[in-house]
Structures are given as C-alpha cells and as structure tokens.
Design a protein around this ligand. Structure first.
Ligand code: A2R
Length: 311
C-alpha cells in the first residue's frame, strides 16, 4: 500500500509515518516549504491553498490512500483568524478533493481527519456521542471541521469517491504542544524538577471530563481505517471512556520527583466548559477491530519523559 500524508509536519504526521512504515506501507509525506517532517520518507512541499499543485503530486505519487491532516488546528487561533481557518480547513479540503476527483488514478481512498469538537454544545445525556448525533459546533475551528466532513460526505455520494471521515477526540503523547492539557501539566512538572519554576502547578477546571487517547493508538486507528474503513462513513476515534482532568493531574503528579503545590489559575478556567464529552466508539470497533490499548498512565509517563529530555 502506498500512502500520501498531506500535512505531515504536525503532531500526528510523524507518528502516522512511523505506524504505516512499520506495517510495510510505502509512505510519502507533504509539508509546507518552511516546515520539516520528523520521520524519514520522501517529502514533497505542498500548500493546499495552491490548488493547481495538488493533482500533479497525486499523479506523481499515485497513492492508494491519502491522509488529509493539513489544517489550521488551533481553536484559539481560529477565533483570531477565522478567515484563514476557513480558507485552510474548508477551501483547502475542497482543493484536495477536487484534485482527487480529477486525478489520473481513480481508486484512491481518502481519509479526512475531523474532530470531536464538531459535536460542540451537546444535549444533556447525549454521551456517549454516536456519529449520528447532530453537530452543534461551538467555535470556528469546530465549524470548519464539521463543514469539511459534510463536504467529504457530499463528494463520496455525488462522485462515488472512496472517502472516510474521522472525528478524532482529544489525543496526546510525547512531543505534543503544551497548549494541550496533558502536555501542559507534564511540561510544568519537568520545569519544576529542573528548578526553572517554583514548585507550583497552575491548573484550570479539574472537574471537566474528557476522552483522551494516546496518539500512537490514534494513528493505528487511522491505518486500520485506511485498510478496512467503509467508504462514505464517519468514524469517532477515541477511548470511549472519559476521565476528569483531576485524574490526569493526579497521574502526572504521581510521577513527579518532588512535592508540588496545585494552584487554580482563573485565566485557565473557561466560562462555558461542557461537563462531559465522551464518544461512542462501537462503529470503528465493529468495522476495524480497533480500540485504544495504551493506558492514560503510560501516555502521561511518556509525555513527562519527553519534556524531561526536551526542556
Ligand atoms: O500551521 P502550521 O504551520 O503548523 O502547519 C500545519 C499544516 N498546514 C498546512 N499544510 C498545507 N497547506 C496549508 N495551507 C497548511 N496550513 C497548515 O498542517 C501543520 O504542520 C499541519 C497540521 O498539523 P497540526 O496542526 O500539528 O495538527 P495535528 O495535531 O497533527 O492534527 C492532524 C489533524 C488536523 O487536521 C487536526 O485538525 C485534526 O487532526 O484533529
């Protein structure tokens, strides 16, 4: 199998290259001209906003599966730059789908990576969220990803293209940006251990329950969806068992080498935090046999050792 991973310089891209290569896939990757890809494989420069560059690349690489990871993936930035977010996540995706529609090779499977954020302001008692739950996005990023998924479904139906849609819930692991909670806690602990910060960890709302999956499990799900996912179908990717942020904090602190005080930071509290977000993951289990295997403890421990080695 030959894969083309579009947007491989981000957090997930390197892990996906490693996963597919380990299973004997021939992997090509793209990144923006100013980026680098962490794993070794043939790399092509591509900006998905340059629509005319995409089809020639598809005709050169002739992939069996395209993984579309390229995105403006920050919720915070999506508030500040809504037009840019819509341009990359919606117009960029249409550019990719149009290139696939007109490519010389016509049996390419496309995996569009969306987000659990698409469910947004969910109904009370809606968890676990099945893929048929109405989408009610609460931010610009989420709205663009919901739009990406809808357009993917339309292309699959109208043009009989082989497209699989993913709604990925929170994922984490070594090398993730510390704007995300597990990485944030681990980074703070590593800084404290190195004496770079007083022994106080700043935290936000600890009672919100979220569903976390190790990025290494997530890319295994993406490989299996490339192999066994059903065309035109949307899949939740997550553990299917939410935990509160307090549990993550306690787990991270249990690995700390010295006592650390916990302090609530009002700047980290969000006014409209949804109490529980948890996906129903029975569809991906039924169609591919996938379920999360790596424990949260392992993810936290590995993320902490990453920060200990990279501060
Ligand atoms: O924004 P940058 O400079 O970090 O670059 C991102 C890149 N990207 C683009 N690639 C091609 N053409 C563009 N016009 C363009 N704009 C941005 O896509 C970054 O290197 C990559 C996405 O990686 P991350 O932001 O690290 O996302 P991650 O965590 O790897 O998630 C993969 C996918 C995304 O679609 C997320 O929205 C979804 O999973 O959850």
């Amino acid at each position: 199998m030959r894969a083309l991973i579009i947007g491989a310089a981000g957090f997930v891209g390197g892990y996906l290259i490693r996963e597919l290569s380990a299973f004997g896939w021939d992997v090509h990757a793209t990144c923006l001209p100013n980026e680098t890809v962490s794993e070794s494989c043939p790399v092509h420069h591509l900006d998905i906003l340059s629509a005319e560059d995409i089809a020639p690349l598809l005709n050169e690489v002739k992939p069996d599966v395209v993984y579309h990871l390229a995105a403006q993936s920050s919720v915070a930035l999506s508030w500040k730059k809504p037009q840019l977010t819509a341009e990359i996540n919606v117009i960029g995706t249409i550019n990719v789908l149009e290139a696939l529609r007109t490519a010389e090779k016509q049996d390419i499977r496309t995996i569009l990576i969306g987000s659990g954020e698409e469910y947004g302001y969910i109904r009370k008692d809606a968890c676990p969220l099945s893929e048929s739950e109405p989408l009610n996005p609460g931010n610009i990023y989420a709205a663009t990803k919901a739009c990406q998924g809808m357009i993917g479904e339309i292309y699959a139906r109208a043009y009989k293209m082989d497209i699989v849609m993913v709604r990925a819930f929170n994922h984490s692991g070594p090398a993730q940006s510390s704007i995300f909670v597990i990485s944030d806690f681990c980074r703070q602990i590593a800084e404290i251990e190195k004496g770079l910060k007083e022994p106080v960890i700043s935290v936000g709302n600890l009672s919100a329950k979220r569903d976390f999956t190790d990025v290494r499990d997530v890319v295994r799900a993406y490989r299996l969806l490339g192999e066994k996912g059903v065309s035109g179908v949307v899949y939740n990717v997550g553990r299917g068992r939410a935990v509160d942020i307090q549990f993550i904090l306690d787990t991270a602190l249990s690995f700390a080498k010295l006592p650390i005080e916990v302090r609530q930071d009002p700047n980290r509290m969000r006014a409209s935090d949804i109490p529980l977000i948890e996906p129903d993951v029975s569809r991906i289990a039924a169609d591919t046999g996938w379920s999360a295997e790596i424990t949260m403890e392992q993810t936290v421990e590995d993320t902490l050792s990453y920060w200990r080695n990279n501060i």
